[in-house]
Design a protein. Structure first.
Length: 465
């Protein structure tokens, strides 16, 4: 049975022509699913705990760095506007520790404290390393950097964050002085005040861009100054901080519940919200980079590092650029009975129903048969399937329009080897070579034809429990 060929008239809506609310809703569902799979809130709780341990060493280090260039005694006053968004309990706790740090220095916060500063930075970098671990989970990366390199990167990122904090404090302090000296009229002065906070927001956004790029283990994401993730994280962090501060001051009962520990609990909750927002921004960027851009005309092997986390699965992702429109490439992938023409090891596929297929495959010389169901299908976007019996076999193909006549096709295959022969074949790189060869053959197949053998443009929504 062939899949029915549906109309290609105007009621076939490509992703670019779909209503914005439909695309937004689909994206939100995907984001929600990825957050659940990555246990984002649980990871954020762990990050917040390590941040709490690193916070007070960070205050000492920040004041020490600030004192190298300015009067440390003014740090409390100049930091107040920046801390204004925090709940009162958390703000007072940080301010108290800040005052104690400045008083303990007694004018000795100079280059002579280099050894002490290094020790403090080492303790502070533990919080940064916790965030890096969280980012690895979000990106699905396995840490491959050795201890020295990993600690070195966390120290560099920590120093960068502390310097940025010192610059922010100095910026807040220097602007009023500069405005008085310039003698600007009220309108210009108001504009300059707004520019000050804009610079601070840009500073935070740039810091997140650096963290998102260099925090996780080396991966395929490219460097971007501005991404949907860091813009969302900055905006949500400001809103979450102000909203939490308002809640604590107006409705919260932390003092009644926790007594003397209220300030610590409020601070920990604020750190937890901050960690959620930062990891959420990383999750958004991870989705954005899921179909990794490759050089045109090349097939690049992109191994996922989530292999075998839950099961002994072999997961391989391959991308290829094909010289056909996205509609043509997508339509061909809906014709499962044509897969044997370019998929190695797939001997036969029968279309039982529009959403159910029967496969006969040979993996590492072992013949298998199983039924597979279409789990998700959206015209010109993606096709996904998974086995419903027999060996575990799943796949997803995504389509990215490059221009009117070129499309990037990304294929991810999940196979679970069964028995000695399949396991040995998997360890020998059989799955890697198979998927790489499949996408090459698909490129040759569709480009030599120039058009699809058929099309099924139905929409299959991903099932939710």
């Amino acid at each position: 049975m062939e899949r029915p060929v549906t109309s290609t008239a105007d009621d076939d809506v490509s992703p670019s022509k779909q209503p914005w609310w439909k695309k937004a809703w689909r994206y939100v569902r995907r984001l929600q699913e990825d957050m659940g799979n990555d246990n984002l809130t649980l990871v954020a709780a762990g990050v917040a705990f390590y941040w709490m341990l690193a916070l007070f060493p960070a205050i000492i280090a920040m004041v020490t760095v600030y004192a190298l260039f300015a009067d440390a005694g003014q740090a409390r006053e100049q930091l107040s506007p920046i801390l204004g968004a925090l709940p009162a309990e958390a703000r007072d706790l940080i301010a108290t520790q800040l005052d104690k740090t400045v008083e303990a220095g007694d004018g000795g916060l100079t280059f002579g404290l280099l050894a002490s500063l290094l020790a403090t930075l080492w303790a502070t970098s533990g919080g940064m390393q916790a965030l890096m671990t969280g980012l690895n989970i979000i990106w699905g990366e396995q840490e491959t950097r050795n201890y020295v390199k990993l600690r070195g990167i966390s120290l560099l990122l920590t120093v960068g964050a502390l310097i940025a904090a010192a610059v922010a404090i100095a910026l807040v302090a220097a602007f009023p002085v500069a405005l008085d000296w310039l003698g600007l009229d009220p309108v210009a002065a108001a504009g300059a005040q707004g520019a000050r906070w804009l610079i601070l927001v840009l500073l935070i956004g740039t810091g997140l861009s650096v963290m998102y790029r260099f925090g996780p283990a080396p991966h395929s994401a490219r460097w971007h100054w501005v991404t949907p993730g860091n813009v969302t994280a900055v905006g949500l962090w400001l809103l979450a901080s102000l909203g939490f501060s308002l809640y604590v001051s107006s409705f919260g009962s932390y003092n009644k519940t926790y007594g003397a520990l209220a300030a610590v609990v409020v601070l920990l909750m604020w750190l937890y919200l901050s960690a959620i927002v930062i990891l959420l921004g990383a999750e958004i960027d991870a989705i954005r980079e899921k179909t990794v851009l490759t050089k045109e005309g090349r097939v690049t092997e992109l191994r996922t590092s989530k292999e075998g986390v839950e099961r002994n699965m072999s997961t391989v992702t391959e991308s290829v650029d094909v010289a056909v429109p996205v509609r043509t490439a997508y339509n061909q992938w809906t014709q499962f009975e044509e897969f044997p023409q370019f998929m190695d090891g797939v001997e036969e596929i029968r279309q039982v129903s529009p959403e159910l297929t029967h496969w006969k495959v040979k993996i590492a010389g072992v013949e298998r048969e199983f039924d597979a169901r279409i789990t998700e299908q959206h015209p010109d976007e993606r096709v996904a399937w998974t086995s419903v019996d027999g060996p575990t076999h799943a796949g997803v193909v995504t389509f990215h329009r490059l221009d009117e006549s070129h499309t990037r096709v990304t294929v991810q295959m999940d196979l679970e080897p069964e028995g000695l022969a399949e396991t040995v074949g998997d360890k020998a790189g059989f799955v890697d070579r198979k998927v790489k060869g499949d996408v090459k053959r698909f490129k040759e197949f569709i480009e030599s034809r120039g058009n699809e053998t058929g099309a099924w443009r139905g929409d299959v929504e991903r099932p939710h429990p």
